[in-house]
Every structure is written in structure tokens, then in C-alpha cells.
Design a protein around this ligand. Structure first.
Ligand SMILES: Cc1cc2nc3c(=O)[nH]c(=O)nc-3n(C[C@H](O)[C@H](O)[C@H](O)COP(=O)(O)O)c2cc1C
Length: 178
């Protein structure tokens, strides 16, 4: 089994996937790992919508047309849209946001990190996509959910071997007070 350090340090954002299917059992396994995250007041604010096949194509078409309506610079969003179209699985991640606390966002983010690490341990590539938040309203309307959109995650068998992205050191990001 992969060590915690191998999982944490070996994970990369994967943006190119093989066409091979990802079995639903594996998707269930990574979502189960997500559900073991800590959460504010144990509120377990995470919800997931798993898209494959036609549901994924319809979603990415809708997302693209929502992006087309925007008049400001949407950065890498069209690239993220293509990535979702080409990945075998897209998981839309929701925050039930019952109390409207910012800590509810933290809970769902912790769940996503668990999911990414478990996927990596199973040999699957993933990418966390925040770009969909530019079109949050349209996406929430499309799925008719009473929740807040948090992110999407692409999942698939990696067809890339990206180098590690640079990291700040512990010294760069930490002050030790005594
Ligand atoms: C909150 C969040 C939003 C992100 N949104 C996107 C995105 O929309 N599109 C994308 O390609 N990558 C996205 N990423 C992936 C980051 O670009 C990536 O994690 C970062 O560059 C570090 O690379 P690594 O994950 O390979 O370590 C996002 C990551 C996080 C945590």
C-alpha cells in the first residue's frame, strides 16, 4: 500500500486522460474516502454528482455555453471545459451550506483532498477544477440543486507525467513563535 508521504507528495494534477473507463466501484471508493474527512460540527456538508457518458457531454456543452455568455476574461476555463469533456468521469462537488458558514466550505474542501489522495493511491489521475465557479448560477440551475457549487473533479487513467509544481518551503510559509 502507498505510504502517506508517497500519496501526498506523488499526487499531481492530471489534465490528460486515457479513454479507458473508470469502473463505478472505484468512483465509489474515492467518494467513500472523501466521506472520512473531518467536517464542521460533523455536518458532512459534501454532496457529489458523478457524470459519465451522455450526462457528462450535456454538462460540458452547457458549461461552454454559460462561459460564452460571460464578458470578462475567464482564464483557463475553456481549457478546463475541454478537460472535463475528455476525462472519463467528472464529479461535481456541492456544499449543502445549511448554515452558511465559511467552515462548511472547509469541510467539503477537506473531502476533496481525501478523494484526490485516494484516487492517486488507486493509480487514478484527478484534477480539482475551480473554473466552474465563474458560471455557478447556471450550473446550480441546470442541476436544480438547493446547494452551493464548490468544484468539479476530473477522474481518469493518466495519460501524462507532469513534473512536480514548485512549492514554497516550510521556512517560506511558517513562523515559529515561542
Ligand atoms: C481550489 C482549486 C481550484 C483549482 N482549479 C483548477 C482549474 O479550474 N483548472 C485546472 O486546470 N486546475 C485547477 N486546479 C489545480 C491547480 O492548478 C494545481 O493544484 C496546482 O497548480 C498545483 O499543481 P499540483 O496539483 O500538480 O500539485 C485547482 C486547484 C485547487 C486547489
Amino acid at each position: 500500500m502507498m505510504s502517506i508521504d508517497e500519496a501526498i507528495k506523488g499526487r499531481r494534477s492530471i489534465r490528460t486522460y486515457k479513454k479507458d473507463e473508470v469502473k463505478e466501484d472505484l468512483v465509489r471508493e474515492i467518494i467513500e474516502a472523501a466521506t472520512f474527512a473531518p467536517s464542521a460540527k460533523n455536518g458532512q456538508q459534501w454532496r457529489f454528482t458523478v457524470l459519465t457518458g451522455e450526462s457528462k457531454d450535456k454538462f460540458t456543452d452547457m458549461y461552454r455555453s454559460e462561459l460564452d455568455k460571460l464578458t470578462f476574461d475567464v482564464g483557463s476555463s475553456y481549457g478546463s471545459c475541454t478537460m472535463m469533456k475528455e476525462a472519463p468521469v467528472v464529479i461535481v462537488v456541492w456544499n449543502t451550506n445549511k448554515l452558511g458558514w465559511s467552515t462548511e466550505i472547509h469541510s467539503v474542501s477537506a473531502a476533496i483532498q481525501n478523494l484526490l489522495l485516494k484516487a492517486h493511491a488507486l493509480g487514478l489521475g484527478t484534477c480539482w477544477i475551480g473554473d466552474i465557479l465563474y458560471t455557478s448560477e447556471g450550473i446550480v440551475d441546470y442541476f436544480k440543486k438547493p446547494w452551493k457549487l464548490l468544484a468539479a473533479i476530473t477522474v481518469g487513467w493518466s495519460d501524462a507525467n507532469p513534473k512536480p509544481r514548485p512549492r514554497l518551503s516550510v521556512n517560506d510559509v511558517t513562523e515559529f513563535l515561542s
